[in-house]
Design a protein around this ligand. Structure first.
Ligand code: BDR
Ligand code: CA
Length: 322
């Protein structure tokens, strides 16, 4: 058996694409489906990008399902083409993929695969949590059927990125996030506290250009515009955080967090300045995080800062030697 079977719900996006490649290129991980949600771009553009990534590595047999384009309460979201490009892949002008998505919706695929493989599937969510919340409403047994849920999202003790309080994936659908984090399953939250400390740099990108395999060239191309955004917005140099790929690596056990207490988490769903904040009860951090009653969310607060090298090496493993 493989070390993990994962289903990824994503808003593919530059860093989502890197997370997918990270997982797809691990021969010891089975990716059993990709489902898409609005967020960085529309659910349809995200599905097109999932298909592009699958085609790049010759894994078109993995099914893709398209999901929500509005928040769980029907609100129309603001997308992020200024971060990820109009095409979600840094305006890289890639050809359209040959394959297409399935007829079932993202939530239907999540519920179906969970029922078919009870207790086996690790759900990794790297976009807003709308599809997962819909799947929970459709299949009340979902928390029993899914092995674990790892979410890239939130800000525990760090600032937000979309607002001072909120991270984008959570702010894109706070009610959905609250539904997912309060369901009866164990979750892992990979917030900005750690993803903003794991940076993929211009040195990595230059290396990808030199190596020039189809995969490294693809990543060099999609990160060009993305690095400009982070240089303008957050950092003194051209680089980007490894948000979604870090969550993927933690989900499959490749990255062992240094500090990751299991704590109570609530999502602020009010319409004030705190909307979308993830209020994580980290008050125990000064005495080694004693257990909290009822807590089921492992919040990753510290990793070692070397993940971009791990990601970079993984991207170079394709095509495999024969
Ligand atoms: C998250 O928001 C999206 O822009 C990224 O793909 C990542 O999932 C970071 O806040
Ligand atoms: Ca994402």
């Amino acid at each position: 058996p493989k070390k993990a079977t994962v289903l990824v719900d994503c808003d593919t996006g530059v860093d989502d694409a890197m997370a997918l490649l990270y997982l797809l290129l691990d021969p010891d991980v089975e990716v059993c489906g990709l489902t898409t949600v609005f967020g960085n771009i529309s659910a349809e553009t995200a599905a097109i990008n999932c298909l592009r990534v699958l085609e790049l590595v010759g894994m078109e047999h993995i099914p893709v399902a398209k999901g929500a384009d509005v928040m769980i309460r029907g609100d129309i979201p603001e997308l992020a083409p200024h971060v990820h490009g109009q095409d979600g892949l840094g305006n890289s002008n890639l050809p359209m993929p040959k394959g297409s998505w399935q007829d079932e919706t993202a939530a239907e695929m999540i519920a179906r695969i969970a029922r078919e493989r009870p207790g086996e599937v690790h759900l990794i969510a790297t976009g807003p949590l709308t599809n997962v919340a819909i799947a929970l409403a459709m299949e009340p047994e979902l928390p029993k059927l899914i092995k674990h849920v790892t979410i890239m999202g939130g800000a525990a003790d760090a600032p937000g990125n979309q607002t001072p309080a909120a991270e984008a994936n959570i702010l894109h659908d706070p009610e959905a996030a609250q539904a997912v984090l309060s369901a009866a399953w164990n979750t892992t939250l990979v917030p900005l506290d750690v993803t903003m400390e794991e940076l993929i740099t211009e040195e990595h990108r230059a290396h990808f250009e030199r190596v020039a395999t189809p995969v490294t060239s693809f990543v060099a191309r999609i990160t060009d515009h993305y690095f400009d955004f982070f240089h303008a917005e957050s950092f003194d140099v051209r680089c980007s955080p490894c948000h979604d790929a870090l969550a993927a690596a933690i989900a499959v056990g490749d990255v062992e967090p240094i500090e990751a207490p299991v704590v109570n988490v609530e999502v602020e769903c009010g319409y004030g300045p705190g909307r979308g904040a993830t209020i994580c009860d980290t008050r125990g951090r000064y005495r080694g995080h004693p257990p909290q009653e009822g807590a089921r969310c492992r919040v990753v607060l510290k990793t070692d800062g070397t993940f971009a090298d791990v990601l970079s090496r993984r991207l170079e493993t394709w095509p495999p030697p024969h």
